[in-house]
Write a protein that binds this ligand. Structure first.
Ligand SMILES: C[S@@+](CC[C@H](N)C(=O)[O-])C[C@H]1O[C@@H](n2cnc3c(N)ncnc32)[C@H](O)[C@@H]1O
Length: 366
């Protein structure tokens, strides 16, 4: 059924001004509005003085935050964090997404200014946005130490919210040796080691990333860190490889190459757990739109894309993983990441815990 015209124009206005909403959120995080208000509710003048900002600008920013339900304002003019801001936007909460906001504010935001070029050319925009060539993708992503640190802090924030769910979607305790390939600073590997203390867990990533991982405790929690290039170096033997947000960086041919390499390094009966953005079963319109935006973001930022489950299944089957079961994001705090467990033979693990998993299609072979 067609929507009434007012709905149409209201929706259009919210789309057109979406960048303003993002900037209110990002700027408030960058200036420390939510961290400062976490100490105590304040009037605009006191907060402006604490932040070293103008009163006129601060007041308008705070009122915009009130309109977006990030802050509340009482009759005496005291501003306070709402539950949403207190939970997700202060620095030290267990569910804090502030580092993700700071990264989005800086790197993707600048890349998105070149969306038209990305669409015309079909490639990422590091050269235009930052003057950095991207022949070596991760040399562009890690073009400065502070960029690498900001990138990994942002990635870690996701696993604070979603790590447990993706790791318990299937019972991984049946895999004695687990290696997280492209495991970044080890956040997901640490969560895995905590959930499955009977398994030996390692994380493999580039040497610079591992240096950083060691500085932020990534090697703790029973996780062994290994430096290596997963496209070139010998991979450690394992019963399970985790590949979280790795395939979405690369084109199909590179994904198949990587999957074949890890298939060869698996011990008999081994498996791979892909953790990627998957749509929930009945995705609300806003979530379906977000997944499309994420795929555009991959165009701007990587050489890959977000893929539908059937696309991942094809890549897996071509690399010798004929069976794959999918656990989509679910529940109130679902986020966007789901898990696909792909096996080289008849599935070993029992039924998934956490959510009903979908069986894959009939195996192409094997
Ligand atoms: C998008 S990040 C995902 C990190 C982590 N798995 C997560 O989900 O937070 C991709 C990771 O792959 C790593 N990576 C890229 N190319 C690699 C290579 N050739 N060998 C090893 N790691 C690589 C990057 O350093 C980065 O940590």
């Amino acid at each position: 059924m067609e929507r009434p015209e007012e709905d149409g124009i209201e929706l259009l206005h919210s789309y057109a001004h979406g960048f303003m909403v993002s900037q209110v959120l990002f700027t408030s995080c960058q200036l420390g509005v939510f961290d400062t208000l976490a100490q105590a509710p304040l009037h605009a003048a006191t907060l402006a003085a604490r932040l070293g900002c103008s009163l006129t600008g601060t007041r308008r920013l705070l009122d915009a935050c009130v309109a977006l339900r990030l802050l509340s304002r009482d009759a005496s003019g005291l501003y306070a964090n709402t539950d949403m801001a207190a939970t997700y936007l202060t620095s030290d909460g267990p569910k804090s997404q502030r580092d993700m906001m700071l990264y989005l504010a800086k790197t993707p935001y600048q890349l998105w200014a070149h969306l038209g070029h990305a669409v015309r050319e079909g490639q990422n925009q590091y050269l235009r946005a930052f003057g950095t060539p991207s022949d070596d993708l991760f040399a562009a992503i890690y073009r400065a130490d502070e960029e690498r640190v900001a990138f990994h802090r942002a990635l870690e924030a996701t696993w604070r919210l979603e790590g447990r769910r993706v790791l318990t979607a299937f019972d991984l305790s049946v895999f004695p040796v687990i290696c997280d390939l492209g495991g970044g600073v080890g956040a997901l590997a640490r969560a895995c080691a905590a959930l499955y203390p009977g398994s030996r867990v390692s994380a493999l990533d580039a040497p610079d990333v591992l240096r950083e991982a060691r500085m932020c405790g990534g090697g703790g929690g029973g996780v062994r860190l290994c430096a290596g290039d997963f496209f070139r170096d010998a991979l450690p033997r394992a019963d399970l490889f985790l590949l979280a947000r790795v395939l979405h960086d690369w084109p199909d041919a590179a994904c198949r190459r990587l999957l074949r390499r890890l298939r060869a390094a698996l011990r008999p009966g081994g498996a791979v757990l892909l953790v990627e953005a998957f749509p929930p079963r009945r995705a609300p319109a806003a979530r379906a739109a977000l997944l499309r935006m994420l795929s555009l973001n991959m165009l701007l930022q990587t050489r890959g894309r977000e893929r539908a489950p059937r696309h991942y299944r094809r890549l897996l089957a071509a690399a010798g993983f004929p069976r794959a079961r999918l656990a989509r994001p679910h529940g109130p705090d679902a986020g966007v990441y789901g898990a696909m467990l792909a096996t080289t033979a008849a599935p070993r693990p029992g039924p998934p815990i956490g959510s009903p998993a979908e069986p894959g299609p009939a195996p192409a072979h094997g």
